[in-house]
Design a protein around this ligand. Structure first.
Ligand code: NDP
Length: 340
């Protein structure tokens, strides 16, 4: 039995592929073009010479029936992990075209195709986000997996808000689909906040990284200052843990049917700067105000029910996520100063 993973060339998805291959699953990935997955396929073949990994091109996930042929061709698919969704900024398109359509229509299309052509699929996991949980408020809120971002498309003022609203609407569309269409499969969603950590292979590291890790690049460029580096700030989790939770999402019966809000801890720019200065002193980065880091006072979370549903879990520390990601950059580019 195989696992289908959409957007399998992405930062998080490539770690999910790694985790699944390591556990012995047969994996079928999708990407928008062959050129997107070829470098990964050759790396995975080197790492797992006996692995069953193949890729299929799905050029446009918003097209009706986009996944029909793929699911007809692979009647062995038992689990589907839908990760493909836009998570970058600077599109020259309306919020609807850039974020909503791919996020919401993409999700509905996968689910519809599974219902029509793959009744053997038992579990679907949708990669949602903390963006679907949080509210844009300056108040301190202790978030749980029961919370929903209330924002609507027409209220969005910038791309970040549009991204967050698109994730909310896509996740809601998935839960509504299950409620209304009563398919054979069970749904679980994974809702990570900022995801840090290394790329799955050193060879795929580029000067500009995926959106969440690119924050590290922003922080290393902080001008020398005595001020607290408070931006960005939020909750975080390591990519390798997010990958494992995608697996637990269909393997752990007690987690199936829930929203897996996965958080390792808090951060601000200052927290990251402190870690970088501790481990990479030769880089001579800005110091900020190390003692004043207020990351834990800005936002709260309670994920006890999530941890209980998977039988407990030890998250990778932010320190390790940042050190592993930064070491990978430095190995390739020599110094942060060369990362423009
Ligand atoms: P990446 O940008 O690395 O991966 C995104 C994947 O989605 C790529 O395969 C990309 O394909 C695909 N994709 C993007 N836009 C479209 C589109 N319009 N049509 C079809 N496919 C598309 O991001 P991440 O790995 O970080 O994100 C993966 C998932 O995790 C997303 O759903 C994101 O919302 C979610 N997430 C990410 C977090 C993070 O901090 N990284 C936090 C919370 C949730 P292509 O390469 O062709 O663009």
């Amino acid at each position: 039995m195989s696992v289908l993973i959409t957007g399998a060339n992405g930062f998080i998805a490539s770690h999910i592929v790694d985790t699944l291959l390591n556990s012995g699953y047969t994996v079928i990935g999708t990407a928008r073009a062959e050129s997107k997955f070829e470098p990964l396929l050759s790396e995975f073949k080197k790492k797992y010479p006996n692995a069953n990994l193949s890729y299929e091109v799905v050029a446009d996930i918003t097209a009706e029936g986009a996944f029909d042929d793929l699911l007809k061709k692979h009647p062995d698919i038992k689990y589907v992990l839908h990760t493909a969704s836009p998570f970058s900024f600077g599109y020259d398109k309306s919020f609807e075209e850039a974020y909503f359509k791919p996020a919401v229509e993409g999700t509905k299309n996968v689910l519809q195709s599974i219902k029509k052509y793959a009744p053997q699929v038992t579990n679907v996991v949708v990669t949602s986000s903390f963006a679907a949980i949080m509210r844009f408020t300056p108040d301190y809120v202790k978030y749980t997996n029961q919370d929903w971002n209330p924002m609507k498309l027409e209220e969005c003022k910038n791309e970040m808000e549009a991204y967050c609203a698109s994730k909310t609407h896509a996740e809601k569309a998935a839960w509504d689909f299950v409620k209304n269409e009563k398919p054979n499969f069970k749904l679980t969603t994974v809702c990570p906040p900022y995801v840090f950590g290394p790329q799955v292979f050193d060879s795929v590291v580029t000067k500009t990284l995926n959106t969440s890790n690119e924050l590290i690049n922003r922080i290393v460029k902080t001008p020398p200052t005595d001020e607290l580096v408070s931006e960005p700030s939020g909750l975080e989790v390591d990519v390798r843990d997010v990958a494992k939770f995608h697996q637990l999402a269909f393997e752990k019966e007690s987690a199936v049917g829930t929203r897996l809000f996965v958080v390792a801890g808090h951060f601000t720019g200052q927290t990251i700067l402190n870690i970088l200065n501790k481990h990479f002193p030769n880089e001579k980065l800005a110091v900020g105000a190390p003692e004043k880091d207020n990351a834990t006072e800005l936002i709260g979370y309670d994920i006890d029910n999530v941890l209980e549903s998977v039988g407990g879990y030890e998250f990778i520390s932010l320190e390790k996520s940042i050190v592993d990601a930064a070491s990978q950059y430095l190995k390739k580019f020599g110094s942060f100063k060369q990362i423009e």
